[in-house]
Design a protein around this ligand. Structure first.
Ligand code: NOJ
Length: 740
């Protein structure tokens, strides 16, 4: 049998993929076809036997190279048709070398950083036999309570589309068949980020207009970038769980977007159609998912159990199955698995090598966002301080700094802040460490005394606080997003010592920091920075690197402001400084009409604590002379918007220049600001540059009332600056297309 198979495989080398898929398909039994549609977890006791019977198309979560090669051997040499396996793994922000969490990478606003991190992740994971990752997660995330915001690229469709595309390119390389490429997966299609109350797996209700204008663009961009696979979301979208949502998976994804690759379910999301109350039993769940367009079932066995009888009873047409299976086979061809199913680990691809680690360090450093820097306490100088107190449960914990979804990273490979700081200052500064709290969640004062003691006698205190890895990620949502445990009390206690405090936060989401902000002199937001977090943070604290990260998501003042995002609608009664009324300013029994009557909360300011796109530097940038190349832009043409930016400080640094527009009047209302371009540029001290953006009127398009993507004529505002709150503005008008 195996001779036949080899013969067959050799013959395929010159034949075109599609005809080979068809000929392979014609030889397959129904059971073998359904086998291709099944993905089993590596802990399945009968995995090898099932593979041998041709009942498995993909394996999930196996990363041991020898085991993978053995499974591939069984699949290709001991089955009737010798079809190799897809080997899937959540390689989300690194494999052995762990990069910052995706939300952190997004804070770099650098497609180059995101792409190279994904490329290295692909190199390391493919060297272990993995050929498919379940990333990028491009769910627009506007609720920081949702644990999965950590895995996202933030709140904005443009930023998320740009960085998601970069991640796809990084994973997939130039050709999927290259040894170091792996298939990417655009997930979770779609709307998962809108889970009600930020509670994972929860219902989503998203009007079609918002779905198309906000949640779908990153997925469309991933399709355009050639993403190899899609994953259907767990969530219920407007009453129809996505796993059974034909409108989304078929009408939009396949018919409208012409996406050709396979769609995989999420983990057991097919049987969960029963739990949703959408299917009466697992057989109808299999029917709904298959009809909707889910090509492969992850982890559960509803397809294996029920597709045969559904086909035999004509509930599902065999042609449909053939199309679904052919998508999976085609992916295997594209990955080059028919030619080379086995992985030879190459020593030259040493994981965690110095290049990978240097990229991890740069990525972590570019992801750090400086939120506060009073009296320019930062950068620290090792020649100007004699003693440093380092305090906090995240200062010396190699595991927690990796963050969520770091299955294949090891704590022992991480360099922590404490060890990097000690290494950096050597003998020139006396560094003392106190953990302060056993974990970020501790609810006791046990470590406070020691922390206060070392802070009292230090020149500066660096507190490294935040959230442990387990507090964000899948199913790890929070109803309060302050610093957990007694961390605020710890800050208050250290504040009483009078020693200046530099607060470094490692976290998987934005935290509410308003209360503690006055107590600290500087805040550096490092997210979960990964393996090289310590050296990156140390170099930033001591000015070897200048912070240049910008927030990919708005930071609320209080939980009650959520959802809070910069691209909100104006409303009929927008908030303003003049109309804003604070609860403390309301007179007892005041007439009710005196309360501003605009869209605000009484007990907090209406703005974000830190807006989207915000991030300080050790230098200062001045923006001026915003100009459009033409005021009147005919529909269908491009125009330029330019600005002069100067580094008026005395440190060379990167700045992320951001361009926002507002379409003043639309046939459906438009956001008050929309990001339409950004550039990360480098400016030496004293240097000025003219930065020019080219915009085509197509980029101003949105889905209108008829759900048609159209740019509308009329007046636009355009801003360029260093964050979404920029005031430097000019305008242009788009003219109707001339009728000939
Ligand atoms: C469930 C998660 O929602 C998904 O993102 C992940 O890829 C799969 N499990 C596989 O681990």
């Amino acid at each position: 049998m195996s001779a036949n198979i080899h013969q067959q495989r050799n013959n395929t080398q010159d034949s075109d993929k599609e005809s080979y898929v068809l000929s392979l398909l014609s030889k397959m039994t129904l059971q073998e076809k359904i086998g291709q549609m099944s993905q089993l977890n590596n802990d399945c006791e009968t995995l090898a036997i099932s593979i041998k019977k041709g009942l498995v198309g993909a394996v999930l979560n196996e990363v041991d190279l020898d085991t993978i090669n053995e499974l591939q051997r069984i699949a290709t040499q001991e089955t009737r048709l010798g079809i190799p396996l897809l080997i899937g793994r959540d390689v989300i922000h690194g494999f052995n070398t762990i990069f910052p969490i995706p939300l952190g990478q997004a804070a770099s606003w650098s497609p180059d950083v995101v792409e190279i991190c994904a490329k290295i992740s692909a190199i390391e994971s493919s060297n272990s036999g993995v050929n498919w990752t379940f990333a990028p997660m491009i769910d627009i995330s506007r609720d920081p309570r949702w644990g999965r915001i950590a895995e996202s690229l933030g709140e904005d469709p443009y930023l998320c589309s740009t960085l998601g595309t970069a991640m796809v390119k990084g994973f997939q390389g130039d050709k999927l068949s290259d040894n170091t490429s792996i298939a990417a997966c655009a997930k979770h299609f779609a709307g998962y980020g809108a889970s009600e109350s930020g509670r994972d797996y929860n219902t989503t209700n998203i009007p079609e207009n918002e779905l198309r204008n906000v949640y779908l663009p990153p997925f469309k961009a991933a399709t355009n970038a050639g993403v190899a696979t899609f994953m259907a979301s767990f969530s219920d979208l407007n009453g129809i769980p996505v796993t059974g949502n034909k409108w989304l998976l078929d009408d939009i994804l396949r018919t409208e977007w012409q996406y050709r690759g396979p769609v995989v379910s999420d983990w057991e999301s097919i049987p969960q159609l029963v739990t949703h109350g959408f299917a009466v039993d697992e057989k109808s769940a299999a029917l709904e998912a298959c009809n909707a367009g889910v090509d492969m079932e992850m982890a559960s066995d509803n397809y294996a159990q029920h597709l045969t009888s559904l086909i035999k009873s004509n509930k599902i047409n065999i042609n449909k199955i053939d199309i679904m299976v052919s998508r999976i086979l085609k992916l295997k061809f594209d990955l080059g698995l028919f030619e080379s199913p086995f992985t030879k680990s190459t020593a030259s691809t040493k994981h965690l090598n110095s290049f990978h680690l240097s990229v991890a360090k740069q990525a972590a450093s570019k992801s750090c966002v400086l939120l506060k820097n009073s009296k320019q306490i930062l950068p620290l100088s090792k020649t100007k301080i004699d003693s440093l107190a380092v305090i906090g449960p995240l200062a010396d914990d190699g595991y927690e700094q990796m963050g969520t979804w770091a299955f294949d990273g090891k704590a022992k490979h991480s360099i922590t802040c404490l060890s990097a700081i000690k290494d950096y200052v050597k003998d020139s500064v006396d560094v003392k460490f106190a953990i302060g709290m056993e974990t970020s969640r501790s609810n006791n004062y046990d470590g406070f005394c020691e922390a206060i003691q070392i802070a009292s006698s230090a020149d500066v205190t660096v507190m490294i606080l935040g959230e442990e890895a387990i507090l964000s990620g899948e199913a790890h949502c929070r109803s309060n997003i302050n610093l957990p445990g007694y961390q605020e009390q710890l800050i208050n206690a250290v504040y009483e010592t009078g020693t200046p405090i530099v607060l470094v936060i490692m976290a998987g989401r934005p935290l509410t920091l308003e209360k503690i902000l006055p107590k600290v002199d500087a805040v550096l937001y490092a997210w979960h920075p990964g393996t090289m977090g310590g050296p990156a943070i140390t170099d930033t604290l001591f000015g070897e690197d200048c912070p240049s990260g910008k927030l990919p998501v708005s930071f609320p003042r209080t939980i009650g402001q959520i959802p809070l995002y910069y691209g909100q609608k104006n409303t009929g009664r927008p908030a303003s400084e003049e109309s804003f009324v604070n609860i403390n300013d309301i007179k007892v029994r005041a007439p009710q009409t005196s309360l501003g009557m605009t869209s605000t909360h009484l007990d907090t300011h209406y703005s974000a604590l830190f807006p989207f796109g915000f991030g300080l530097s050790y230098t200062k940038f001045e923006y001026k002379n915003i100009k459009v190349s033409k005021y009147s832009v005919p529909m269908g043409e491009s125009f330029k918007v330019a600005v002069t930016i100067s580094n008026i400080g005395n440190i060379a640094a990167d700045e992320v220049v951001q361009l926002y527009i507002r379409d003043l009047v639309g046939s459906v209302t438009r956001p008050v600001k929309e990001l339409k371009g950004f550039k990360r540029i480098f400016l030496s001290a004293g240097e000025s540059k003219n930065v020019v953006f080219t915009i085509h009127t197509n980029e101003l398009a949105f889905y209108n009332r008829q759900m048609v993507l159209t740019a509308e004529p009329g007046l636009f505002h355009v801003w360029i600056g260093g964050n979404s709150d920029t005031k430097l503005k000019t305008e242009f008008e788009v003219l109707c297309k001339k009728k000939h």
